[in-house]
Design a protein around this ligand. Structure first.
Ligand SMILES: Cc1ncc(COP(=O)(O)O)c(C=O)c1O
Ligand SMILES: [Zn+2]
Length: 415
């Protein structure tokens, strides 16, 4: 078995693989999943994965802490291996020679969160869990509801009442028990922990369940593999800098884990600089980064990017570490810049929800601030589809013109 147990990211306490445990019992720190790297090296190779015909994140099964989950040809097996698009137009506008967009809105439930939920559902099946539960700003819940539906597992989702309607609709359509909490995401989070304990449910909460980061790391694997030219044998390519939005900080810490796994295996030669992007209205991790602090002070989140509206990021410390250890940063962008980013991404045929576009707004700001060089290879991870939040898209796009169905009216409208 590749899964060797857990290690606390703050006090280094270790726990065995047979336990169902979420955070460190000593200090509440986030747990890193430990893998049997020697065993992985023996059983798998870069070349073997490269030749896999599996067009999903499951091509990296040898590097995941779960066994083959079954459910062939289901949505669970369709997660990941999303397109990495070369954004020549936007790169040109910004003076960047090589800008890439990892379009994770094209996952089965239309967000990056499918990666985490797929691995959590695989784990839930292995430990015989009868019900899975999560708190969510919307996407993690939709992802868990979708993956649980694919595996025939009951799911309970607690989301803030203010979650965008499209996300709530997905939860309901996927057959989850949906409870909209009259309160914030953070309040839903705390209630979920109590409920999981009281009812014996397996809890997927982001920045709490150690397996979410293990799913999220697969995007790092894909980016390296997709950037590697065909025929290249010795190691995979690594971008210079990677940008992703930060809510709880678990995508950032998961990507960091993915690059570190590859480095440990000797499949890449260095780590990319990791940049986390928050909205200025939800800036707890960015505040800590700027202050040079290693603790996170909660904020009162208020941003149109609902997916990253988090008062107290639950994986903030590992997210800070991801940025600091790689020479990156965590910084903020304004909501107006996020709306502009939604519009700009449209020029590359990428439709992003606000939190998905925040990474690109971060690239724009990083260029202005001189954080990236024009010859560097830059990747922005687009974490959610614009179809998730149509009102936000309309705010970015403006209104369409209405005309009479006649050629003169059309001519007049076209000016
Ligand atoms: C579209 C989207 N982007 C980014 C994030 C932030 O991820 P994390 O909370 O792991 O930082 C989320 C989380 O819900 C999301 O749904
Ligand atoms: Zn600990």
């Amino acid at each position: 078995m590749k899964f060797a147990g857990y290690q606390c990211s703050t006090c280094a306490e270790q726990y065995g693989p047979d336990r169902t445990i979420y955070v460190c019992l000593k200090d509440g720190g986030n747990l890193d999943v430990l893998l049997e790297v020697g065993g992985i090296r023996k059983q798998s190779s870069l070349k073997q994965i490269r030749s896999s015909s599996d067009g999903s994140m499951w091509r990296y099964l040898p590097l995941l802490p779960v066994d083959d989950p079954g459910y062939p040809n289901s949505a669970l097996r369709a997660v990941g291996w999303t397109p990495l698009l070369r954004a020549e137009r936007l790169g040109g506008e910004l003076g960047l020679n090589e800008l890439w967009l990892k379009d994770d809105g094209r996952n089965p439930t239309a967000s990056f969160k499918d990666r985490a939920s797929a691995v959590v559902v695989a784990r839930a099946r292995e430990i015989g869990a009868e019900t899975v539960v999560t708190a969510s700003t919307g996407n993690a819940g939709a992802a868990l509801a979708g993956m649980a539906a694919a595996a025939g597992l009951p799911a309970v989702i607690l989301a803030p009442r203010t979650a965008p309607k499209a996300k709530v609709a997905q939860l309901l359509i996927f057959g989850a028990r949906v409870l909209l909490v009259e309160g914030s995401y953070d309040e839903a989070f705390d209630l979920t922990l109590e409920a999981a304990e009281a009812f014996g449910w397996y809890c997927r909460n982001t920045g709490y369940n150690p397996f979410t980061a293990e799913g999220k790391k697969t995007a790092a694997f894909e980016i390296c593999e997709q950037l590697t030219p065909a025929g290249s044998k010795s190691s995979w390519a690594v971008p210079d800098a990677l940008f992703v939005s930060v809510g709880d900080g678990n995508i950032l810490s998961g990507l960091h884990k993915g690059f570190k796994d590859l480095l440990e295996l000797g499949w890449i030669e260095r780590l990319p600089r990791l940049y986390g992007v928050q909205s200025s209205g939800s800036a707890a991790v960015a505040n800590a980064f700027r202050a040079g602090s290693s603790t996170i002070e909660p904020v009162k989140a208020n941003t149109l990017a609902d997916s990253i509206a988090v008062d107290l990021p639950r994986d903030g410390i590992r997210a800070l570490r991801a940025a600091r250890e790689t020479g990156g940063a965590v910084f903020t962008v304004e909501d107006e810049a996020i709306l502009s980013a939604i519009q700009a991404l449209g020029r590359e045929a990428v439709f992003a929800e606000p939190a998905g576009a925040a990474s690109y707004a971060g690239v724009v700001k990083a260029v202005a601030d001189g954080l990236v060089g024009s010859e560097e290879q830059i990747v922005a991870v687009i974490t959610g589809s614009g179809l998730k939040d149509v009102p936000a898209a309309m705010r970015a796009a403006g209104e369409a013109m209405v005309i009479e169905p006649t050629l003169p009216a059309l001519r007049a409208a076209l000016g």
